[in-house]
Design a protein around this ligand. Structure first.
Ligand code: ATP
Ligand code: MG
Ligand code: MG
Ligand code: MG
Length: 476
C-alpha cells in the first residue's frame, strides 16, 4: 500500500465515523512556544486547553511534522525521520478511552479489502500507563488482546502533559512485532526496534499541577471534559505495509534515496556507511523541501537554521559519497515528484523551492572547498603533535574567517578520530560577541566600524548551540 493510499484510507475511515477532516497546518507553527509543528495535536492545542471552543466535537488530520530532536537518530535507527506525517484522530470532550481504542484496533486489523490496514492481530503489542487499569481492561476484555501482550510503562513513555496547570493523562501505545530478525523478544518495554511503536493514544483526563521536571508532578484533579489525542506515524505504518526494513526505504523516501545513489554511483545495500549517508540524504532533502514549501528560508537562527543544517548535511553526505558539483536541484526535483501526489502545492511551487535550494548549495560549496582544506591541515597538525583535541582557536578561525560551521568541524574532526575543544571555541565566540557589543555601543556614540562583525553574524551565528533544538516541546 503506498503512502498516498495509507493517508486517504486514514481520513476516510475517521470521516465515515463522524470526524471532521482538517487539512494539515503549515510546519511553521502558529504557536510562539514552538519552533516547528512536531505533533498532530499542535493545531488543536487551543481546543484542548479550553482557550477556544472547538467548532467540531471530533476531528482527523494527517499533519506534517518536523522533530529536530530526532535529527541525530536519522539513518541510524530504522524508525526516526526528521520529517514525518502524523495521522491523528481527536475527540474534544466527546468520546474517550473505549471508543478511541476500538477505533484504532478496527482500522489496523480490518482486512485491506475492507478498507483497513490488515495488520495481523497477533503481531500487535500494547502498552498502557502504570496505573491505567481502565485502558488495560478495555484492551484485554473488550478487544481480546492476551494479557501477555499488554505491558505497563512509566511516565517517560506513557504519560503526556502540557503546561502547568494544563491537561495531562495516560497514553496507550500500539506496537508492531517485526520478528526475531529485529532482536530479542520481550515486547516494546524492552525492545523499541523490534516492537515498532506505531500509534500513540493519549487520554487527557487530569489537570497537571506543579512538579519537578517532566516526570514528577502533582495531579490536581479531573478535567471537566475528557479528550483524546492520537498520533500514528504514517511512515512507520508504510514501513510495515510495504515490507521494508526502515522508513527511508518506503515508496516516497526510496525515490530520493535511489536518485542520490544514482548521482553518486552507489548501490544502496552495498555497505553500511554509505547506506547511512544515503538515508540521511533522503531524509534531509525531503525535510528541506517540506520546510521551504512552508515558507522557511535558510538562515542562522531558529527555523532557518534547522533548514540550513538539513541542507548542509545532505550536501555534505553527497560529497562523502563522491559527488563533486551541485546535486540538490536533482534531489529536490525527485522529492517533489515523490511528495507531489500528497502535496500538490509543492508542484506549483517547484521553481521557487528549487532556486532557494540551489542558492544555498552554491553558497555552501564555496565555503566547503576552502574550509575543508584548512581543516584537514589543522587536523594534520593536531595529529602530528599527538593531540586528542583540535584547538578551539582553529575551529573559531574556520568559523570566523571562512564561515565554516562548527557542527561541520565537529563532524569532520570526529570522522578523523579527533574531538574539538568546544569550550575553547565557545569562549572565543563569547569574547567576540562582547567585542561586537562594545563596538556597537561605541558606534552609537559616534565611532568604530562594526561592518566586520555584521558579516560574521551573517555567515554563522552564535545560536548554533541553542537555536537548533530550541523550544521543542513535548507533544503527543
Ligand atoms: P519513539 O519512541 O519511537 O521515538 P515517540 O514516542 O517519540 O516515538 P510520539 O511522540 O508518541 O512518538 O508520536 C506519535 C507517533 O508518531 C509515534 O507512535 C510514531 O508512530 C510517530 N513518530 C514519532 N516520531 C517519529 C519520527 N521521528 N519519525 C517517524 N515517525 C515518528
Ligand atoms: Mg521519540
Ligand atoms: Mg515512544
Ligand atoms: Mg510515543
Amino acid at each position: 500500500m503506498d503512502s498516498a493510499e495509507i493517508r486517504s484510507r486514514w481520513l476516510r475511515f475517521f470521516e465515515e465515523r463522524g470526524h471532521t477532516v482538517v487539512p494539515s497546518a503549515s510546519l511553521v507553527a502558529d504557536d510562539p512556544t514552538l519552533l516547528l509543528v512536531n505533533a498532530g495535536m499542535v493545531p488543536f492545542k487551543p481546543y484542548f486547553l479550553g482557550e477556544v471552543k472547538p467548532p467540531y466535537p471530533r476531528a482527523t488530520s494527517v499533519q506534517k511534522c518536523v522533530r529536530t530532536l530526532d535529527i541525530d537518530e536519522v539513518g541510524k535507527t530504522t524508525r526516526h525521520g526528521s520529517f514525518f506525517q502524523m495521522c491523528g484522530n481527536f475527540s474534544f470532550g466527546d468520546y474517550f478511552k473505549e471508543r478511541a481504542i476500538t477505533l484504532a484496533w478496527e482500522l489496523l486489523t480490518t482486512p485491506v479489502a475492507d478498507g483497513g490496514y490488515g495488520l495481523e492481530p497477533e503481531k500487535l503489542w500494547i502498552t498502557v500507563y502504570l496505573d491505567d487499569d481502565e485502558a488495560e481492561s478495555i484492551w484485554r476484555d473488550k478487544i481480546g488482546v492476551p494479557a501477555e501482550r499488554i505491558q505497563r510503562l512509566g511516565k517517560k513513555d506513557n504519560f503526556w502533559s502540557m503546561g502547568v496547570p494544563g491537561p495531562c493523562g495516560p497514553c496507550s501505545e500500539i506496537n508492531y512485532d517485526r520478528g526475531p530478525e529485529y532482536g530479542e523478544e520481550g515486547g516494546p518495554a524492552v525492545n523499541g526496534e523490534r516492537y515498532l511503536e506505531i500509534w500513540n493514544l493519549v487520554f487527557m483526563q487530569f489537570v497537571r499541577g506543579e512538579g519537578i521536571g517532566k516526570d514528577d508532578f502533582e495531579i490536581l484533579g479531573d478535567l471537566p471534559a475528557k479528550s483524546v489525542d492520537t498520533g500514528l506515524g504514517l511512515e512507520r505504518l508504510a514501513t510495515i505495509l510495504q515490507g521494508v526494513d526502515n522508513l527511508y526505504e518506503i515508496d516516497t523516501s526510496r525515490m530520493i534515496l535511489d536518485r542520490a545513489a544514482e548521482l553518486t554511483g552507489h548501490t544502496y545495500g552495498g555497505d553500511h556507511k554509505s547506506d547511512v549517508s544515503l538515508r540521511v540524504i533522503a531524509d534531509h532533502v525531503r525535510t528541506a523541501v517540506m520546510l521551504i514549501g512552508d515558507g522557511v528560508v535558510p538562515g542562522n537562527e531558529g527555523r532557518g537554521y534547522v533548514l540550513r543544517r538539513m541542507m548542509r548535511r545532505a550536501i555534505r553526505n553527497m560529497r562523502l559519497l563522491g559527488a563533486q558539483g551541485p546535486t540538490l536541484s536533482e534531489l529536490v526535483a525527485t522529492t517533489i515528484d515523490a511528495m507531489g501526489p500528497q502535496y500538490p502545492e509543492l508542484v506549483t511551487d517547484a521553481k521557487r523551492i528549487d532556486s532557494i535550494a540551489v542558492a544555498e548549495e552554491a553558497r555552501f560549496l564555496d565555503k566547503i572547498v576552502t574550509g575543508t582544506s584548512i581543516l584537514d591541515n589543522e587536523i594534520g597538525k593536531a595529529k602530528a603533535a599527538g593531540a586528542a583535541l583540535l584547538p578551539g582557536a582553529a575551529a573559531f578561525a574556520l568559523h570566523d574567517t571562512h564561515g565554516f560551521p562548527i557542527d561541520l568541524t565537529l563532524e569532520m574532526a570526529a570522522e578523523q578520530g579527533l574531538e574539538v575543544d568546544e569550550d575553547g571555541f565557545r569562549r572565543l565566540m563569547a569574547e567576540q560577541k562582547q567585542r561586537a557589543k562594545e563596538d556597537a555601543r561605541a558606534k552609537k556614540h559616534g565611532h568604530a566600524d562594526v561592518s566586520a562583525y555584521r558579516e560574521v553574524a551573517d555567515t554563522a551565528g552564535a545560536t548554533v548551540f541553542t537555536g537548533y533544538t530550541l523550544n521543542e516541546g513535548e507533544a503527543t
